[in-house]
Structures are given as C-alpha cells and as structure tokens.
Design a protein around this ligand. Sequence first.
Ligand SMILES: [Zn+2]
Length: 492
Amino acid sequence: MQLETLEILRCPYCGGRLELVGSLFHRRTNDEIHDGILGCYCCIFPLVDGIPVLHLQPHATAARDHIQAGEPGLARRAMVGLEDAAEAEAFDAIASSGTATYRETVDALGPNFEGGYFLYRFSDPTYIVAQAVVRSVAKTVLPALSGVEGPALSGVEGPALSGVEGPALSGVEGPALSGVEGPALSGVEGHGTRRAIDICGGSGHLTRSLMDVSSLPPVLADLYYAKVWLARRFTAPGCEPVCCDGNAPFPFARGAFGFAMCTDAFMYIWTKRQFVGEMERLIDNTTINAEAAEPAEKNGSARSARSALNGAAGEPGAILIGHTHNERTWSPSHGQPLSAEGYRNLFETFEPRVFGEAGLFADVVKGGPIDLSRRDPDEVLDRDPALTIIASRHPRVFATHRLDALPPPAATGEFRLNPLYAATANGNSVRLRLQFPNGDYAEEYGACREYLPEEVFVDRDALAALPATALPDALVDLARRRVILDLPKRYY
Ligand SMILES: [Zn+2]
C-alpha cells in the first residue's frame, strides 16, 4: 500500500485516522507499507502483503496475530483462507512465481474459491454494459485528470489550475472553492485527489477500466482478500486494494472520492441503506471544503491541502450501482434485490436515476452512443432483471456518451484470443468456435451471442502473432467483435 493512501483510510468503527504502529512488526519503504499493524482510537488491524484488512472477521484477527508475531507469510495464508498445509504451500509457490497466470493462481486458491466465470468476464454481457457506463460516468466527473501523465493538473481546461498556488484557483468555475483559504493549497505535489473507488469489486475486472481515469490509484474494496490480491497482481495492477466489509461503514474519509461504484454485488448487501449513505459520504465534497478551511495547524497542512483540492477539482462526483437485480423479475443468483422504487428510496441527498440494463445493453451492442439522458418508465424497469442506478449533480452525466473505440489503439495488457473460443487448425486458417464453459454460463450470459459470432475462421499466422500489444491488421475486425480481447498480461 502506498503510504499516501493512509490519508484517506479511516477506521470503520470509530472513524479515526489509521497509522502504522511503529513499535510492532512491520516492513516498509519510504513510500510503501508491505506488512504491519494499523492502529486507530479503538482497535488495530493487520496490513498483509500490502493490503490493509479493515474488518474484524476471524481470519483477519488470525492474520493480525501472525503479523504481530513477525510471520507475514502465515498472515497471508490466513487471509487467502487455505487451511490445508500442502495447499497453502502450493499457493505460496504460485504467488512467488513470476510466470504463473491468473488462471493458474485462481486454481491454486482451491475449489472453495469462487473463481469460475471470472476468466470469461471481459466479454460477458453484464461486463460490457458496466464497463461502458462506468467509463462514461467516471470520465465525466473526473474529467480534468483522465489520461494525464505526471503533474495531474496540467491539461485542466483553461489556465485556472496551472501551478496550483493558492490564489491561482480563484476563477475556477462553480462555487467549490469559496471558503478555501489560499495557503491551504500550497504543498500539493502535482496530483489531484479525485480518485475512483470500486466497492465490492471482486478481482478488479472493472477496476481495470478505472486505471486511466483516476488520477491517484483507484481503490478496490472487497471483503475477500484473495480477490483483491489477484486484482493487484493481474487484473488491475496499480490499484490500491483494501479488504473491508460492505455491510459495515466504509473505511474511508468523507469526500475522498469523486466517483464511487459498485456493480454486480449490491443485491447481496443486506445493509443497503447504510451502503448508499456511505457512497454519498465518500463523494461528498461540501464538508471537505469546510474542513479544508480549518487552520492548517489543527488539521495538518498536507492533509488539508489534499482535502481542499478534492473540493477544488470542483465538479460534483457520481455514484454508480450497476447490475443490481430487480425484486420484480427473477434472475439467476437473485440475492435480496429491491424494486426500482425501493432502490431510489435509499438515496437521501440525491435524486438517482434508474436504468433498465436491456436498454443500455442495446446501446452498447450497436456500438454506442450510450444514452444516459433516457428516463426508463417504471413499467420498463419492472420487466428488466437488472438495473443500473446513477446519482450525480454533474450536469453532463445524464447525457449521451460516445463509447471508447473498439479495439483500442494499443492494448493496456495484451491482445489475446477470447477464452470462450475453442481453436482448431484448418489448413492455413484456424477455426474459432464459441464454446461456453457449461450450461449455467450459457443460461446466465448467453446474451453474448448477440455480439460474439458462433464461428469464424482466421489466418493462422495472424493468430500466431498473439499475445501482442499492437494488433495485426488481419485481427482488427475480430477485436471489434470481441473475439480478440485486450486482456491483462498472463491472464490464462
Ligand atoms: Zn477505530
């Protein structure tokens, strides 16, 4: 974990800031903490292999004891949940290998690990909708910083933010800065703090789509340690994983984020009202401005500078809950869903809009744009097994958004054959046939047939050029049809 991430962590129970307990076992560098104990006003939590574990479930307390005893390896074993010594050793060997794939590592986590369909995630219907909506909204509310290398604020429209000295910020559109004193902003190290967070993000498939829109590393929060560990290793390298409980208050400071999302998980959350209240808190920049106006001595100058800039980036943030099931329509792995009306009622400080996934899916399948200005009537929502909820005061969120070009100009990982395709040699060409891993997958994700071809033939030499970061011309059309995907390195 980057040391800087401590700035936004808070104890889920007392709300106190968390600090590395220097008197207990720890391993750190100047910038990162590898293992150690984090303490607040009320308790202590383990930080295991770079991942803070901010809940008190039994394996977390076991891991904490191992860290205190100076045994970080045993702490990680406790967190990945491998009881059997031989299995644990096999996992340790895979984890220390530089060449093991995501698939091999998932297999090493044992039969109890819920890893089954993740391999196919990057082309499943739920994912392609969520990815399009997530990127449309996140790029809108985190606009100034997307894609900017280095000093994050250069490239902000207009000259107002260049060089972030105190007074330079006057003239920024909107009221966000009123009340912030000039000096509060000095000491900002050139990075904005408009982060994104993926809550209950599992092994980080959608976190991956936030990597280039969040100026500071996006946070991936999930209860399952092994999943966020996999994400940092394979799926979303560079994200900041945090292990925490979605049914408890979130372990982050108010206003720490500009974009907060949760997809394909909200129907399994029991404390839905608290969860939404927490999302509202995470993107709330109004109180942060007041906090930033406190005297620097009281607040710590670096901290108030960061807080102030969060408000200073100015534009309102957004909450996105994607693919949550609908109480009025059955779906596989139903969870405890609400109706559209029930979901709307959870929000106290926003008027959210609810979308049926079918309409968004149709937008994505036809290549965009994705229309978030639509207002799906309740009878449409009631028939849709999955809903998407967006809450934001940003004026450009509820509009039409162009989709990213497909395929991307260069791979962020590497171009590979979609693992849903079975390849057989056919002279100078290769026959690719769509093949689902099992009947359950076909039932739940069969809608991918609307964009994945049943069978295609491809030039043998072109296919043999993969994996590659630049796509051979002969494969561009297949990449447009998602038969070739931009996958994480060493994915399978
Ligand atoms: Zn505490």
